[in-house]
Design a protein around this ligand. Structure first.
Ligand SMILES: Nc1ncnc2c1ncn2[C@@H]1O[C@H](COP(=O)(O)OP(=O)(O)OP(=O)(O)O)[C@@H](O)[C@H]1O
Ligand SMILES: [Mg+2]
Length: 232
């Protein structure tokens, strides 16, 4: 089991009261799983992914990554675990402006090298990933010179640099056209076939055909709940 989310809820304050952005969500991902979750804006998708990545603590419930409960780890141990094993594609802009495209893709290497000794920078792998997302010709450019979809594709290449066992992607194709969406989803499928687990959220159900399991996250009264879809 790569990721196990058990009865997770997250309450946020709102004005003088509070509400559940996600409630009682349970989900497990094994090696090779490609799980898609769709939900409208505000249904708790980003909140759930941040909890899955160990970036946000749930109000209730438990998350285990490769058998390790996030809540029992120190901040340092959690950072090592994340940098080693999880590729996280954030919803918003996430590239560093003063680094080139190639340097941005190499960032996970430098973070890991800071945490524990590492070999030489994997420039060849970074270039190969940039090639796979169609961004190699712009490897020497800076983020300010790129379009929204180009920035997204660089962020995807960066998340895959260290061949993480778990890839978490928050609306990875939100600003991509149909052709590039297809390419990225095919890339994710290949990574799942090679044995990683993928957890992808989108606002629509179009990507469901790529995954082997799919769910909807919908607001129900004051909370958002997860329901499974039959078939891919
Ligand atoms: N830090 C916070 N404090 C209070 N409320 C929050 C916080 N972060 C998110 N929320 C609220 O929680 C709900 C879920 O937010 P979340 O970002 O998880 O939704 P989402 O499904 O990712 O939406 P989108 O599709 O627009 O990205 C929203 O109603 C949002 O306003
Ligand atoms: Mg979101």
């Amino acid at each position: 089991m790569i990721l196990e989310i058990c009865k997770v809820s997250k309450a946020y304050p709102r004005g003088k009261t509070s509400f559940f952005a996600v409630q009682d969500v349970s989900l497990s991902l094994d090696a090779g799983d490609f799980v898609c979750i769709a939900g409208p804006s505000g249904s708790g998708k980003s909140t759930l992914l941040a909890i899955a990545a160990g970036l946000l603590s749930p109000t209730q419930g438990q998350v285990c990554f490769q058998g390790q409960d996030y809540s029992r780890l120190s901040d340092d141990a959690l950072s090592v675990l994340r940098s080693q094993g999880i590729g996280y594609i954030m919803q918003g802009p996430s590239l560093l402006p003063n680094f080139t495209v190639l340097q941005n893709v190499l960032l996970p290497y430098y973070v890991r090298a800071h945490l524990r000794k590492a070999a030489a920078p994997p420039v060849e792998r970074a270039s190969m990933l940039l090639e796979q997302v169609g961004m190699l010709p712009l490897a020497a450019q800076y983020p300010a010179e790129l379009s929204g979809g180009e920035l997204r594709r660089v962020a995807i290449a960066r998340a895959l640099l260290l061949a993480p066992v778990l890839v978490i992607a928050d609306e990875p194709t939100g600003d991509l056209d149909e052709g590039h969406t297809e390419e990225i989803m095919q890339l994710f499928s290949r990574i799942a076939q090679e044995g990683a687990a993928l957890l992808v959220v989108t606002h629509d159900t179009a990507p469901f055909r790529y995954g082997n399991r799919s769910y909807s996250l919908h607001p129900q009264g004051p909370a958002s709940r997860l329901t499974a879809h039959e078939g891919p």
